[in-house]
Design a protein around this ligand. Sequence first.
Ligand code: CA
Length: 235
Amino acid sequence: MARLLVVEDDQTIGQVLQASLQQHGHDVRWQRTGRDALRDAAGNTFDLALIDLGLPDLDGTEVCRRFREIQPACVLVIVTARAEEMDVVVGLEAGADDYLTKPVRLAELHARIRAHLRRESSANEDAELVEIGQLRIDPAARRVTVADHELSLRAKEFDLMLRLAREPGVAVRRETLMADVWDAQWFGSTKTLDVHVAAIRRKLTEAAGAGQVPEIATIRGHGYRLEPPAAPASG
Ligand code: CA
């Protein structure tokens, strides 16, 4: 769960942003002024902050500049009603990583946040080996093996496999899988997901001769869950 800070003085916009981000599984704090935001940043670590440029007390670019000094690793996204290119440039120079213009389209907001957070986490965690039963996933090499048998997975099949394998035994929502693997807000059919799951299942079945493999269980009306293989019976 990512820790997000919303800095926005407009009550309605702030509420919409906070609620929508929480619905997407983020831990969200909301501050209405630049000073409160900086105070919050001094006491809490955030993964990403959305900063309105038009704040009542401090200029948003000034908030960015100071925020950047307090938390160098936090992703800063400025939100501006001022469409002037100059404001955006000043904001980016003040330390912001990205910007959005008002009115903020939520689908775009979530897509951007996801892209930013993914970039952050891929730098830290993505190389970690995942082992479930005799299935072994090497994210750095993008290889999946069962004993000495290598599964030949296509790019998105690999990403989906890895996503499920990072939380074995956990039911993962379809929307979450679409968002994490396809990096897009998915409004239409999620047929793509089912097709990829079917392909992975087929390849897991083929590999089952080589050793114990997990299964992908369908959770009706919800999503999928990677089931670790049962522990071998003793004796
Ligand atoms: Ca404002």
